[in-house]
Design a protein around this ligand. Sequence first.
Ligand code: MOS
Length: 741
Amino acid sequence: MSTSVGASVSRKDGYLKVTGRARYAADHPVKQVAHAVAVKSTIAKGRITAIDSSRAEEAPGFLAIIHHGNVQTLHRPQNDFMSATKPGEDRVVFEDDRVHYVGQYVALVVAESLEQARYAADRVTVSYAAERPAIATDTAMDTAYDPGEFFGEKLTMTRGNPDAAFSAAAVTLDASYTTPTEHHNPMEPSASMAEWNGDDLTLYETTQWVAGARKTVAQTLGMSEKKIHIISPFIGGGFGCKGFVWPHSVLSAIAAKKIGRPVKFNLTRKDMFSACGHRSETAQRVRLGAQADGTLVAIQHDSLVQTSPVDEFIEPCGVTTRFLYSCPNVRVAHRAVRVNIATPTPMRAPGESPGLFALESALDELACKLNLDPVELRVVNHADTNEHARLPWSSKYLKECYQVGAERFGWAKRDPQPRSMRDGKLLVGWGMATATYPGIRSPGAAKVRILRDGTVEVISATQDMGGGTYTTMTQIVADVTGIPVERIRPALGDSDLPPAPVSGGSMTTASILPASRKAAQQAVKKLVAVARSLPDSPFAGRSEDEIIPANGRLSLKDSPHVNMTYEEVMRLSNQTVVEGEGSTSPGAERQKYAFQSFGAQFVEVTVDPEIARVNVSRVVSVFDVGRIINTKTARSQGYSGVIMGIGMALMEHTVYDPRDGSIVTGNLADYAIPVNADVHSIDIQFIDKPDPFIDPDGLGARGCGEITITGVAPAIANAVYHATGTRVRDLPITPDQLLGT
Ligand code: MOS
């Protein structure tokens, strides 16, 4: 079977994972490791007045307790994403006696075993002077402000005159939507294990960004980043909560320093609900004005989100609205309130996911008012250029996505009348939505090493949180070297390797694969030079470009029987390694084109009218994400995004007690996510046309991690409306909102 770019290749790391040999952060066999357990605030706002650790210190196996009263000096890092110093929270852990949210770390207890650490931590008594917290958005409106920018993007903009256009429009829609707080809940909770060797620190981490972890921890501890080694070879999902650097990565290091032994801090599932970010709840108002034929004349999208007292992260709901549809009059605005809840962070398609729930629900409502097919309404308003950036798209096949999706789904058979389609006693609904996510790219580097035994290594300080980076890196190098994937070893998740960006923003593929390819090309070129210079070389007198790599050999292009294996070249030349380096970065193309991925997501739901239960019986998703490197891992991204979208639409909801900020649903029993019984037919398709401008080397892949979730929740909500006639504007769509329909 072909392993070339575009083929369906099984995971390079699959065998290690299914046999339990893949080492996640907490699994590394570090000798003499002690265990840390956090003591967390039980109040949402106030001061710590006393920490009594006397009973903890008597507990068996107790080694140390660290808190604001005895912590070593820590420094706030620069807190700048672009320079890879991005903590999850600006406030440094144990900075002072202030408490800002329930679950904030107030002490760390270290003991010989995990059980002993938990027992000792339970025996720490923390006294507080509590103040009245603001938990619910409506109680924090006095703090509301305009956050201005989000990672360099202006969050507020106006094009044309949306007020006048709205007033004059033939048909208008004005609707408000809400989405709840959500937590990422990756399979693997975050963990950090620290080991000091003199002044050198090794951190076994669960991080989407080894480079960011190294710099941020270095600045926090006030040490040189050269002294820090971050190791994160396997990550059990991240979805954004392992992107920035959260306090545990510093805590393990200072605890290990304090006791002079390695320390492991493995977060509990409950810790994950306050210690590594979440998606803020959102309240969004969308106003649309259209002509009778559906042409949009006005769009206004106002968002109100939450952020924390100790850093700022803004869920940028309206960013996509600036350009998703063609419209001369657009206004997008965001406001944020500060509540006593931990700091939000990116969660799979931050902005797009909740933003498209509002916008794409509103489009569906408008289609109903206009008596227009929802697909037709979107085609009528297709944006041929990016009207916000005023740039042409690098490539865009959204119309094809609608068309292919509609055909595969059978959309033409839809009766637009709500409650018109049934399957026995079940109501059947069909809905759809547009999906989108930017085509981001960052500077990245890789090395390719041809070894003496003819095997090849490809290395980069990128990460694989489950998306398939190990595998796609290998495929790229296999294509260039002609060495089969079995004989190529990828290495990543190590800060000592060539630098790479965060595995976030769906940017890994477009950043790392072109670099890997360049590195492989350079390594082959060097090997060819070595082969030509051998005494009695079969390639003597032949030029470089007459010699091609294929099937594990270098061969003469015009007479393939004249060839040498890689191993022969290495042995005869007495080389131990031939190494190529490659790096790529975004360039002038970014000023010439807008890079954006698109998709169309079609959903069938059945609703049992007696118990108001919604079942997502069928999903068809078609994405234009440039070239597909590996159809298998790309399709898996599609499945996972759709499944996560089912969770977003029907289940996920972090509930805070509005009185005291305690987390009501801080476990996987009360925070529901989809299980196999919730997942039925999912059809993932890709247009698979290379983006001609995304990387100058012509690979043409834009990445596909996040777009896959973006249209799911609105498509489900639209299908629920079609099934029941009830428009649910507040996620998650729960039976109580549908009872009696
Ligand atoms: Mo992502 S939310 O950029 O890991």
